[in-house]
Every structure is written in C-alpha cells, then in structure tokens.
Design a protein around this ligand. Structure first.
Ligand code: FAD
Length: 304
C-alpha cells in the first residue's frame, strides 16, 4: 500500500525491519516465523540493503518473496553507497514493475571489509540526493501509481556521528523532507526523552511528516554490543545496563529484561502520541511478539 494510504488508514503504524538472511537455513527459519509476524498485523515491513555486509541482490529477492508469498507489505531500503545513478534508476524500475510502492532512501553504511571504498566514486553523496533521484523518477511518471514511490528517510534522535553540529544536522533532515520524503524512521534509541526532544526539534524545524520511532528489544549482551557498534552514538541508559548486567549469567532473563524495557518504551510512546513504532526485529519474532502480548494486544489493531 502506498505510504500515504497507510498513514491515512492507521493512526499509529507498526512496522518490522528484516535483513536478508545469509544462508539457506536462515531463509528457512525466517519463513517459518513469517506467520507470527503476519498475525501481529504490521502496517508494513522493511528490508535492509547491504547493512552489516549482507548481499544486495538478496534484498530484492526477500522483498519479492514477501510480496508474493505473505500478507506482509514490504518496503525495500536503498542506499547511495557504491552506486551510479543508472544503477539506482534500474533498481527503481525493477521495483516499480514488481509492484513496490515505497522505498526507504538512505546513505548506507560503508561496505564492510572494503578498505578501498571511495565515496567520491558514488553518484550520490548524501541520502538527499537519492531522495531527489526517486522524486525525479516519480515526476517522470515512471511508476504505475501516479504518486510514484512513497519515500522514507532515516532520522537520528541522538544525533548522527558524521555531523556534530546538531543545528546543522536538523537542516540536513529538513532538506530530505523538502526534497520529497513522506516519513522518517528513526535509529533505535533506549531513552524516550531523546525521541521526544528530537520530535520537538523537528517541529521547530518545520518537519511535519510522520516520525516513526525505532525500537529494538535487546535479545542478548552480545547483540547489544554489536548494535552499539553498528548504530554508533546510541546511548544505553545506566538503568538499562544495570538490569542487563545483573542478569548476565542467565540469557533467558537478559532477553526477558530486553522485552520489558522495549515494552515500557512502547507503552510510553503510545501514551505520548507517537505516529509509529518500527521494530528492529533481527528477523526474530519472539521478542516482538512478547512486546505485543505484554501490551495486551494480539495484533496491532488493538493498539491503534
Ligand atoms: P544522510 O542523510 O546522507 O546523512 C549522513 C550524514 O551526512 C549525516 O551526518 C548528515 O547530517 C550528513 N549530511 C547530510 N546532508 C549533508 C550535506 N548536504 N552536507 C554535509 N553533511 C550532510 N544502512 C545500510 O547500509 N543499509 C540499510 O538498509 C540501512 N537501513 C537503515 C534504516 C534506518 C531506519 C536507519 C536509521 C539507518 C539505516 N542504515 C542503513 C544506516 C544508515 O545508512 C547510516 O547510519 C548512514 O550513515 C546515515 O544514513 P542517512 O540516510 O541518514 O544519510
């Protein structure tokens, strides 16, 4: 569904993020869990592109499979990194033909293990350039929907490490919205006050599009450390760390505490009129499902 229709129909959106599995076994495991995700009734799901070193073709493959074989509505991520304009246009044409209605447009993390990566070789320097390219594709009438692709972009309530000037950073986010972004999905955060303050700053900057809050239930200490690396700048509050470290010898209790923390965050965000909750699922359904259950909801319709 086009994102503008999603926002019209859902007063609060619930979305799940997947990454393309790296082995046949992991593909099988994800599709075994798909029915659990379907039952939770998300507004859409999104699929990462090249994040953490995953293969890009597999983003396309996963998106198409989800579209054809499940009730889920997939949105592919697309990044500027290591792409020429012509390649991006070919990918857009392929997605438009396959019935994709929305794209999450990102700069992208530098490819892992590619020491010689040179950003100057990319046609797009920043995500805003990719947004403009998608907008031009839309304006040229190259998408079957007259509105073209719905466009999402990333936001960073705790700041993005490449821009230390927090005022200028807001200008960069505003530029993406002015270029045509329909919504912003945030980086994960563990302290809602960071989100509320950022939301107010967006308001001050004149950013009026829906802001979807990124939630990641912590599943293990190892996973938390990996995320701290991938999502550099994310702050882990002392109360969260204390709760996790106290349980460090009991992996099930660590996971349970991660669910509790995420549930409290979601409850509070819903009470504060969040426009959407976006779950970084790590392709696992158990924690996300437990958050829903603890909120007293068998599916997202109960929470809207
Ligand atoms: P940009 O908007 O280009 O911003 C990057 C930096 O450049 C910021 O510091 C910004 O302030 C600065 N900047 C922007 N415009 C200018 C300008 N004109 N002049 C100077 N500086 C400027 N990565 C992947 O590889 N694949 C994924 O699938 C993926 N999915 C993600 C999903 C979400 C919801 C989020 C939050 C992140 C995701 N990432 C993904 C990571 C993301 O690509 C990186 O964090 C990246 O460094 C920032 O991406 P961006 O789209 O915000 O980039």
């Amino acid at each position: 569904m086009h994102i503008q229709d999603v926002f019209q129909q859902h007063s609060v959106t619930f979305s799940f993020e997947f990454f393309p599995p790296r082995s046949d076994q992991a593909w099988g495991a994800l599709f075994e869990r798909i029915s659990v995700f379907e039952e939770l009734g998300p507004s859409f799901v999104s699929v990462t592109y090249g994040a953490g070193g995953t293969t890009r073709q597999q983003t396309h493959d996963l998106v198409i499979r989800l579209h054809r074989e499940t009730k889920l509505d997939p949105i592919p991520h697309l990044t500027c990194v290591c792409h020429a304009r012509s390649e991006i246009e070919a990918i857009l044409a392929r997605y438009a033909e396959a019935g994709m209605e929305n794209i999450l447009a990102l700069h992208g993390d530098p490819p892992q293990g590619m020491a010689e990566y040179d950003p100057d070789r990319d046609d797009f320097r920043y995500a805003v350039d990719l947004v403009r390219c998608i907008r031009a594709f839309n304006d040229a009438g190259r998408h079957p929907d007259r509105r073209g692709f719905g466009i999402g972009v990333a936001g960073f309530p705790e700041g993005h490490p490449a821009t230390l000037n927090r005022l200028v950073e807001m200008d960069h986010l505003k530029a993406k919205v002015d270029a045509g972004a329909d919504w912003v999905t945030t980086q994960m955060f563990f302290d809602n006050n960071e989100f509320y303050d950022w939301r107010e700053r967006c308001e001050l900057a004149g950013i009026r599009v829906p802001l979807l809050a990124g939630i990641m239930p912590i599943v293990s200490l190892k996973n938390m450390k990996r995320m701290a690396d991938l999502a550099a700048g994310t702050r882990f509050p002392a109360r969260l760390l204390k709760g996790l470290y106290k349980r460090q010898d009991d992996p099930a209790a660590v996971r349970q505490f991660g669910v509790l923390w995420a549930t409290e965050q979601c409850r509070d965000l819903l009470d504060h009129d969040v426009r959407g909750l976006h779950f970084y699922t790590l392709n696992r359904s158990d924690s996300t499902k437990q958050v829903f259950e603890t909120l007293g909801a068998k599916d997202s319709s109960v929470l809207r």
